[in-house]
Design a binder for this molecule. Structure first.
Ligand code: FCB
Length: 459
């Protein structure tokens, strides 16, 4: 089969890779780092499917130079990593940990020394344990503590960091962490989890102010998006799918981009002075980050699906039912491969927000597959880059693409069993080995930067 060349992206398009602190750093108790909710959650027997606990990560804390060298060799223009909040503020409030800030200072210098833009995320799920004990994101105070921490990081790094990400995927934190209890902190509050959504949004808005006050610019956020497909044709199916669409796509994007919750009923469920808070939440953004993995098929909860839900730990009380998507290839983690979902989602965002949508970056996209000869990852990424290009041809303003992830890493409750990296990690030795997809991505970046379409080796 002939594969047509991958079109070149516009000059200046930013090519990057993403990672996060808890998934890579290890060094959980080193140099004054405080514990996070995830440290404790993952250490509880039975929580992580393969019995690992994330405490070693990929050894990034000690091996960051090796990974920066891999990024340089890749030709990456930027690296999205995250700053561990409890490494910088061990108790969640109070004194800063100088050794923690020093680590990110060294990492930023190392990246800059190789001409790679550091793009830190300030919160990628590792809440300081002391704050978690005080209610975590259910407690309004956590938002203010976050803004203080964000300002402190910017004061140290803003002279060299030209791109900032406040939060990663507040929807997943709310849904998986507080509503369903599958992630830290393991709360099962169902709709009573909504305050966690509001307080993360408030934290974001306050942090934007604190970052700017400390001299930071080019501030964005990484929000997960999934085109929601409706299963079945009944009214209940449409209701279930519309509700899921609101919860997963618009509950966060609308307040950020329009200053209002998608539905007054949601606004009414939020705590505090919501109207005032929304002004803070909608502070102008320089760009907006989209994490895309797959669409979601949703209808009313079907009685026959309830057992499956139980298997996933999803309680049947929720008034929607997530169904399997048939007819598509699946990744190693079982997620359907639907590249056009990326184009579709970007067009949906453009259609919904128009001029209010700032320039976009894809802040995560990738897949789990085993092995060094990972042609299926190449096909996955190739397909998604074509879909991205198609969205841009339809007028969506996308400025860059970060693949998830540079190296294999600790994949939350899947442990080390799901491998998303362009680079393989041998967890016994922490040895890094570039996979075929790494070499492929390097050629894609090179061709695009030279303004040439990428001629696929199998083309
Ligand atoms: C996203 C997370 C990221 C990684 C990928 C596979 O939801 O932001 O940390 O686990 O999924």
């Amino acid at each position: 089969m002939t594969i047509p060349p991958l079109p070149a992206f516009p000059p200046g398009f930013l090519w990057g890779a993403s990672a996060s602190a808890f998934q890579t750093e290890g060094a959980a108790g080193t140099d004054g780092k405080g514990p996070s909710g995830w440290d404790v959650f993952a250490a509880r027997p039975g929580r992580i499917k393969d019995g690992t606990d994330g405490s070693r990560g990929t050894g990034f804390y000690d091996r960051y130079r090796e990974d920066v060298a891999l990024l340089a060799e890749l030709g990456a223009g930027a690296f999205r990593f995250s700053v561990s909040w409890p490494r910088v503020v061990p108790d969640g409030s109070g004194p800063l940990n100088p050794a923690g800030l020093d680590f990110y200072d060294r990492l930023v210098d190392e990246l800059c020394g190789h001409g790679i833009t550091p793009a830190p995320t300030l919160y990628h799920w590792d809440t300081p344990l002391a704050l978690e004990h005080g209610g975590g994101w259910l407690n309004r105070d956590t938002a203010f503590r976050f803004a203080e921490y964000a300002g402190a990081v910017a004061e140290r790094l803003a002279d060299r960091v030209p791109m900032w990400i406040t939060l990663n995927e507040p929807a997943e934190v709310t849904l998986l962490g507080y509503a369903l209890g599958e992630h830290a902190p393991g709360r099962r509050l169902l709709f009573d989890a909504l305050p966690a959504a509001h307080h993360q949004l408030l934290a974001h808005g306050l942090a934007v102010g604190a970052l700017r006050a400390a001299g930071a610019s080019r501030i964005g956020i990484a929000v997960s998006h999934t085109p929601v497909w409706t299963a079945g044709g009944s009214e209940e199916d449409r209701f279930g799918s519309a509700l899921y669409d609101t919860l997963s796509n618009w509950l966060f994007a609308d307040p950020l981009l329009t200053g209002a919750y998608p539905d007054e009923n949601f606004a009414a469920l939020m705590p505090g002075p919501v109207a005032e808070d929304l002004k803070t939440i909608a502070a102008p953004l320089d760009w907006y980050g989209v994490n895309y993995y797959n669409p979601t098929l949703v209808g009313a909860p079907a009685p026959q699906a309830l057992d499956t839900f139980a298997g996933f730990g999803i309680p049947p009380e929720l008034p929607f039912g997530i169904r399997e998507i048939d007819g598509y290839e699946r990744t190693g983690s079982g997620w359907p491969v639907v590249p056009d979902g990326l184009r579709d989602m970007l067009v949906r965002l453009e259609t919904r927000y128009g001029d209010r949508l700032p320039p976009l970056y894809i802040t995560e996209n990738g897949c789990s597959f085993e092995g060094l000869r990972d042609s299926r990852r190449i096909d996955f990424l190739d397909g998604h880059l074509r879909a991205l290009h198609a969205a841009m041809a339809q007028g969506v303003d996308v400025r860059g693409y970060f693949t998830w992830s540079l190296t294999d890493n600790f994949e939350w409750i899947e442990g080390n069993a799901q491998r998303f990296g362009l680079v393989h990690v041998d967890y016994a030795t922490m040895r890094r080995t570039p996979k075929d997809s790494y070499h492929w991505y390097r050629e894609v970046i090179r061709s695009s930067q030279a303004g040439r379409p990428y001629e696929h080796p199998r083309g």
